[in-house]
Structures are given as structure tokens and as C-alpha cells.
Ligand binder design. Structure first.
Ligand SMILES: C[S@@+](CC[C@H](N)C(=O)[O-])C[C@H]1O[C@@H](n2cnc3c(N)ncnc32)[C@H](O)[C@@H]1O
Length: 213
């Protein structure tokens, strides 16, 4: 019974995420995204550690589908740098820029990177709705468990670049609306390249729609 209720709520949530994505621009949502991550930043890694493998597997499996080694990676809404560290394992020594608007989250992320001594990773404070990055400057843009602003993703993606979006929950709900996901990407000039459920999660890979020659 609890499982059915959980699945129902996830289905609704995922449907809203795709079909009413303008809620991610609403004042209350933007405010919540400013306040909530600061509150949870110091305990965030502990809370995901309980479910570490299912949280992280989908990110790793998604990254392993990227055939060409990217020259530069951008991790949006990096939080404490979970996806950044996995990307660094899959593509060692590749320059990675990781952006988040929460000082608390970035503090946690930076302390991990300093401890591990990776010099190819840069954490930047910023709003992913208005990225300070130049057009077409990244071969791979990744985002996990975070709000998605596709127009900025498309702008910073190199012509042959790929975008990997992952959620560590709601995979089966996303599966039910795969066509809507594809149409939603198309609205922003992106096309669906790969999509799969991994554990509880889902990865979605897209690229820029290529102009007909
Ligand atoms: C649930 S956390 C996910 C963190 C990480 N990607 C992960 O998978 O563990 C969502 C993150 O998105 C960030 N965020 C939300 N809206 C943002 C925005 N407009 N610009 C930058 N960061 C944002 C929050 O600060 C928070 O750190």
C-alpha cells in the first residue's frame, strides 16, 4: 500500500516536472532553492550515504554511456560535488567546472576536493539559470537531482556536446513519460540520445539538434 502511494506521488511529481516546468521559475520555488540547500548542506552527504550505491550508480552508469572523452565538463547544481567526483573517476584529469548557488554546499564540496588533491576541478558559486560561462564551451554538461534550466544548458553546450541529466529516484515514473521528456528536450533544441532506468533512478542523455545539411 505504502509502495503504491509512493509510486503515485512520484508519478505526479515527475509529470509536473516535465509538463509544468515553468514552476521552476516561480518565486516560491526559487526562494526554497536558496534557503533549503543551505539548511541541509552540512548533513547532505550523511543523508545520501544511507543509500549510497543507488544514489550514485545511476550517475556512473549514465557517464559510462558517453563514448567520447569530453575536453571540458560542467556540473550544474553540484551540491557537495557527488556527480563531479564520479565524473572525475570516469574521465580522470578532465577539467571540470562545478556550479552551485549554495555557499554551504560548496564549502563541503571544496573540502572534499582539497582533501583528495584534485587540481582539475573548480567549484564556482553561481546561478545555473544565468551561467557565467561562454556559449558552446563544454563537451559534457551534467546535472543530478536538481532543477533543470535547458536553455542555458543548450547555450553552453559545444555543437557536438552531450548533456547527461540524472535523477536517483522516480526512474519508473520517468519511463512512463519518456515521449514527453523527448518532446520537452526538443522544445529547447535538444534531442534525446539515450534514456534508461538504473535502480530507482534514471539517466537522460541529449545533444543539440543538428541542422539538416
Ligand atoms: C538536491 S541538491 C543535488 C546536489 C547534487 N547534484 C547531487 O546529486 O547530490 C540540489 C542542488 O541544486 C542547487 N541549486 C538549485 N537551484 C539552483 C540554481 N538556480 N543555481 C545554482 N544551484 C542551484 C542547490 O543549491 C542544491 O545544492
Amino acid at each position: 500500500m505504502i509502495f503504491k502511494i509512493k509510486a503515485f506521488i512520484l508519478d505526479r511529481l515527475v509529470a509536473v516536472l516535465v509538463s509544468h516546468s515553468d514552476f521552476m521559475e516561480s518565486r516560491w520555488f526559487l526562494k526554497a532553492m536558496k534557503i533549503f540547500p543551505e539548511i541541509i548542506s552540512s548533513t547532505y552527504d550523511d543523508s545520501i550515504a544511507k543509500d549510497r550505491s543507488s544514489y550514485q550508480d545511476v550517475i556512473e552508469v549514465g557517464l559510462l554511456q558517453i563514448q567520447e572523452k569530453p575536453g571540458r565538463i560542467l556540473d550544474l547544481c553540484t551540491g557537495t560535488g557527488v556527480a563531479t567526483l564520479i565524473a572525475n573517476q570516469v574521465f580522470p584529469n578532465t577539467p571540470i567546472v562545478s556550479i552551485d548557488q549554495s555557499e554551504g554546499m560548496l564549502k563541503m564540496a571544496r573540502s572534499k576536493i582539497e582533501r583528495l588533491g584534485f587540481s582539475n576541478i573548480e567549484f564556482k558559486l553561481g546561478n545555473v539559470r544565468r551561467l557565467p560561462e561562454s556559449d558552446g564551451s563544454y563537451d559534457l554538461v551534467i546535472s543530478s537531482n536538481a532543477p533543470i534550466y535547458l536553455s542555458e544548458i543548450k547555450r553552453v553546450l559545444a555543437p557536438a556536446g552531450k548533456c547527461l541529466i540524472t535523477f536517483s529516484f522516480g526512474g519508473h515514473s520517468f519511463c512512463k513519460i519518456k515521449d514527453e521528456v523527448s518532446k520537452y528536450l526538443n522544445k529547447f533544441g535538444l534531442s534525446l540520445v539515450d534514456f534508461d532506468v538504473v535502480g530507482q533512478g534514471v539517466f537522460i542523455i541529449s545533444e543539440r539538434i543538428r541542422p539538416c545539411s
